[in-house]
Design a protein around this ligand. Structure first.
Ligand SMILES: Cc1ncc(COP(=O)(O)O)c(C=O)c1O
Length: 455
């Protein structure tokens, strides 16, 4: 593979704090899909999209795995490291003060992005870490840690944890562990032949034994959008807490987590134009105050003796060790970028691209698309099987044409097993994806079976 990247879109390095070209867009005034020229304008902010792969212009259709980053995000992190880098919440010197201010400002920015208060946002290292934080906090509560207020999270034999058959392993294995460590039972909402489920399926599994319901907002395989409001109602009626895996929704659609009514939610910086190494856990204040921490050490305590320690209030009690400060600054800049373009417009753009992909794939013989059928909402990603050709071969053929997609089980083996598949090919769109890229992708998929001698 020949990969050439890094050419700056504008042909020059943008100055620090200089407004990016996307600021020229007439944003925030419409919920219409982005126009072709607006997408071209956006793309100029993304150096990674200017590269070529195998002699072809890169068509990056793997944002569901990780998104590319605009210059403003790259510059914000660099600017922080050049001018304000210090450990936060500790030093008495000026830089430490500036770094702490930047770190907490970033928390407020991300909080307002999801309709939350700053104290309801915990920085983690990624969504997987956020989900583990909740599950292992509950393990600790079940072992008696956290005192009387933590008892609401204590699980024991007879209690049930409910997930769906479509979860990413990050929102499955921590709950398997919680069950194994507490004696609780893990149950799941089954999916149908399309890999989706209805609220009525959830109603059959959520009972008064249920203590936790953990579901993905948007499936990373099918793009299915979960009936969150109905599930929250069922769970709360049963006295259970709802944990939302918002990895594939927070980057792509406007979220108001308190309005959705979920108790906890997790997402990652790197899927929303931000850096790796930072994730977000949202938790309702009352719950974060009651949940025992999972990691302990520096930065999360008020007093320590040789016998024990008192912990700081949330969110600091969950942020043990030296914090991901430059990453927090950068994720906040990513939020500003997304908000400037407009989440409603991004969602509409991706929906239009997904429709184009689905319509195109439907005309290609031997393609089986998994996920919701016509008329059922789905996000801007499409996974499919090509008859007679392994997904890895599909991916390699597309790569030879400069088209980047994800292949494999997408960390959702039980779902693939249910669908009777071991692997699929997934194309996922984002705000910078063009209709021309989708058409290139469709053309290449149309050639795959012939290339591998299947027709
Ligand atoms: C639905 C979903 N949940 C969880 C994750 C895990 O995210 P991370 O690897 O950033 O922790 C992903 C990433 O692919 C995902 O798509």
């Amino acid at each position: 593979m020949v990969l050439v990247t890094g050419r700056r879109a504008s042909g020059r390095r943008r100055g620090r704090n200089e407004r990016q070209s996307v600021s020229q867009l007439a944003v925030g005034v419409t919920t219409a899909p982005l126009t072709d020229s607006e997408v071209e304008e956006i793309r100029r902010d993304f150096p990674a999209l200017q590269g070529t792969v195998n002699g072809e212009a890169l068509a990056y259709l793997d944002s569901g795995a990780t998104a590319q980053r605009p210059l403003s995000v790259l510059d914000a992190e660099r600017d922080f490291l050049e001018h304000r880098n210090a450990a936060v919440h500790r030093g008495a010197h000026t830089l430490a003060g500036l770094a702490t201010e930047a770190y907490e400002d970033a928390r407020a920015t991300v909080a307002s992005f999801v309709g939350a208060q700053p104290d309801e946002i915990v920085w983690t290292s990624n969504a997987t870490d956020s989900l583990n934080l909740v599950a292992y906090g509950m393990v600790n509560a079940s072992r008696g840690r956290g005192g009387a207020t933590a008892r609401r999270f204590a699980l024991t034999e007879g209690d049930e944890i409910v997930v769906t058959e479509a979860e990413h392993h990050a929102n499955l294995i921590p709950w398997q562990e919680l069950a194994a460590l507490t004696g609780a039972t893990l149950r799941y909402i089954p999916v149908d032949d399309d890999g989706i489920y209805q609220a009525t399926d959830a109603a059959a599994v959520i009972t008064d034994k249920t203590r936790v319901v953990a579901i993905a907002h948007v499936s990373n395989v099918t793009g299915f959008v979960a009936p969150v409001a109905e599930i929250v109602a069922l769970a709360h009626q049963a006295g259970a807490v709802v944990v939302l895996d918002a990895c594939q929704s927070a980057p792509h659609r406007r979220l108001d987590l308190p309005a959705l009514g979920v108790d906890f939610a997790a997402f990652s910086g790197h899927k929303m134009l931000g850096p790796t190494g930072i994730g977000v856990l949202y938790g309702r204040t009352e719950l974060l105050e009651a949940l025992p921490p999972f990691r302990t050490g520096g930065s999360m305590i008020s007093t320590v003796t040789m016998e024990g320690a008192d912990y700081l209030p949330a969110p600091q009690r969950f942020e043990a060790g030296t914090q991901p400060v430059s990453q927090a600054v950068a994720i906040a800049e990513a939020v500003r970028y997304l908000e400037h373009v407009g989440l409603d417009r991004i969602e509409a753009h991706e929906e239009a691209l997904a429709e184009r992909m689905l319509a195109g794939l439907a005309t290609i013989p031997g393609i089986r698309v998994v996920g919701p059928g016509a008329g059922i909402p789905r996000a801007g990603l499409v996974s499919f099987d090509v008859a007679g050709v392994h997904a890895h071969d599909v991916g390699q053929y597309l790569d030879s044409k400069g088209i980047a997609v994800r292949v494999g089980h997408h960390c959702a083996q039980p779902l693939h097993r249910r669908l009777g598949l071991t692997a699929t090919t997934r194309a996922s769109a984002y705000l910078y994806t063009t209709t021309a890229e989708v058409d290139r992708f469709l053309e290449a998929v149309g050639e795959v079976r012939g290339y591998f001698g299947e027709v």
